[in-house]
Design a binder for this molecule. Sequence first.
Ligand code: AN7
Length: 351
Amino acid sequence: MPEARSLIDRYAAHLPVTERTPRLTLGEGNTPLVRAPALERETGLPEVWLKVEGQNPTGSFKDRGMVVAVAKSLEAGARMVLCASTGNTAASAAAYAARGGLSCTVVLPAGQVAAGKLAQAVAHGARVVAVRGPFDAALAVVRALAEQGEATVVNSVNPHRLEGQKTAAFEICEALGEAPDALFIPVGNAGNITAYWKGFVEASESAMATKRPRLFGYQAAGAAPLVSGRPVSDPQTIATAIRIGNPASWKGAIAARDDSGGAIDSVTDDEILSAYAFVARCEGIFCEPASAAAVAGLRKLARVGGLREARRVVCVLTGNGLKDPERARSLAGPIAEVEATPDAVRGALSR
Ligand code: AN7
């Protein structure tokens, strides 16, 4: 059976690749765009779609950018990649480095990375170091190490990352036959909202779309520098993926917001957890808490009637719920353990 075409091959004409760029792939991209009837009922919008990026090979959107960044590193003759990460970038870098035969070092904020992501980085053979402080401190260390020539940085400060990530906007336009009216997306280091905007602009300049969506980005209330307009030194949120106080792509996010006529707002941890449970229980899709920030934002904006002219909207579910099993388990109490008899199980169910 022929292998599915790699993301790099599918979008080579739109990516900074040449014939010499290795066609590295783990089957990234081509993720499902799934209709969300429960969110349509709740918001009153005619069409709500979910871009399920948790279906990527390592369970997050990072794979789209990482495949390009690692392929370009290989093309340039690098031996080692390096990143700071709240978890998903680390998991993705570790996997693509393993595939490409590169060594990988990841620097993480100590105690703030979801269990599944850490497991992935270790499983793929990355060298892992945890530093005291938030993601921002880890990224500062990584940038300093890179200046000393230690490795290629594969954080989204590497422009190849954003080039790969913009392909999600292409896929949405292709699936719908046009750009949506609005796109809802969580914002942490702000690379992805920047990449989506680049993708939608390029789509509108090609046959993929005739218009561009308004972009609505959501930060967690305790980590919302783009909302307050100044860096947050001690970011706090249960959505650890977006626990970031000084986004690297600050300017890109503001440009995406302003050029698209959208907004960047915050949602509370309670709103995030409510959206997280809603999507899992009512739509059947298990995303991670950070991803649910996009859905929380859609619900918040719809509640105040902020979307009257929009007919078709897309929420980007950036990462898989399995990344953070502890958070999911915390939503319910202990599970009853009883004798293996129908009566005992019936009894437990009726309690
Ligand atoms: C699930 O992995 O920053 O605004 O180091 O994992 O492009 O940063 C992850 C970010 C949203 C925010 N959803 O995207 C990292 C990291 C999930 C994420 C974001 C992240 P950006």
